[in-house]
Design a protein around this ligand. Sequence first.
Ligand code: SAM
Length: 509
Amino acid sequence: MSAPLPEAPMPNNEFGDFQTPIELARALVDTLPRREWTRVLEPTCGVGNFLSVFSEQHPEAERVGIEVQPEYAAAAAIFGRVITASIFDFDLARDIAWTSAPGPTLVVGNPPWVTNSQLSVLGSSNRPARANTQNARGIDAITGSSNFDIAEFIWIKLLTEFADRPVTIAMICKTQVARNILLHCARHSLPITGSSLRPIDAKKWFDAGVDACWFVVELGTDTTDHTAQMYPSIDSLHPTNRIGVVDGLLVANVDAYERSKQFDGTSPLTWRQGIKHDATAVMELAENDGPRTKLGASVDIEKDFLFPLFKCTDVYREKLSMVSRWMIVPQSHTGDDTAQLADSAPKLWKYLTDNGPALDGRKSSIYRNRARFCIFGVGPYTFAPYKIAISGFHKAPQFRMVGPYDGKPAVFDDATYLLPFEDPAACAVAHALLTGPEANDLIAALAFWDSKRPVTKKLLQRIDLAAIARATDPAALRERAADAAAAHGLVFNKASLTHAVRLARGLPL
Ligand SMILES: C[S@@+](CC[C@H](N)C(=O)[O-])C[C@H]1O[C@@H](n2cnc3c(N)ncnc32)[C@H](O)[C@@H]1O
């Protein structure tokens, strides 16, 4: 299942009205294959910015626009024949009434930037009939949600209604929409012979905070290809990567996936998320000659409940050499009753009850019907002395090995994922496996770095460390693990390393 849509920019109105600046339209048209276009269609053409570029560059082409807002349609009419209609009620294959002979056909433009749920909030009827969305799209199957981008519906309508002829479709859309479309085309065997994506700076051109792109798709009778060439910018000449659908899955790097797909399985070790408490001011303390609150007040509580805390940014930037924060961990399991702290840890109990209102005010429903001071993401793994940690937020995979600080295990925030270990040698071997070329390729294939959380627990859980261990020379693995352990200050003997490598390979000991 592909990712749900990212937060869409709030549309200017129910028409998802972001007219394309003419310089951008020109730059985008320049990237298209040089062809003698005989027919150019701009669906949802607004004031006709793309039609205008074609009236300059291809005056001989028959130019047609479709636009729902009559004032825009009138403005666009100087660049071609503009039909005032809603695209949703229009059969593209039947209703355009081309006057030119069939020839190279281009569909170009920038469909509305608005989602189905935004239209619901606006009480707008400017959307496809429900039955149509279900037929054309299978919304839930593609995005995993009934919220979808109207542009996505328009893409699918164009691809479906033009599937019987060679047509190039080139439109601005959210990057997530382009990915959903690739997956849709693969699942529905649409005859795409090639496609490409170029990132667009949506903030600069549209003042919209989303990842957008120029997505160009060729429909035709040649061999079907459901991968898209990724160009690093609008004007770059060479693609740097290929995203696409391999074995029914959408991957961020097709070549890396081909190299690493035998390691795409299930991790024999369980990844965990760091601790979630939603009460930073209470549960997190600064180290400043002992634990202190944000306001600098010294906190005197039982030391057994204080753990060195590292945040995802510390993990990413490797700021792990000394303890600058502590986290209060009042439970060993989320289910523990925190009332027992009144007897077992009276100083902690007093601190928590003094700060009771802040903890009681935690909004998330997960705290409802739970112990008063409960936290999430806590279990035996929290107290394992050795860990491998990775930030879920940052744009490059950085796995860190972390040992105990003065005998205390480190804990992490909930934007960090971790693997727990009792044995430092096992930790070093897993680290060597996660940082080798096989895992690197698999992560490059599975992570979409423009996502808010590119590294997820689900992704990490797919890295089959045992398969990587079996494909790696044991001596080389031992050496890499020993080097990594030395760099992270982890100490163990040679025999335990040999043992850990055999264990990782799934061999009898
Ligand atoms: C993102 S703007 C792009 C306009 C133009 N293509 C451009 O690139 O400058 C989207 C346009 O779609 C039009 N639109 C919205 N809903 C429509 C519909 N149901 N049928 C046709 N046009 C529609 C809006 O009025 C708006 O002009």
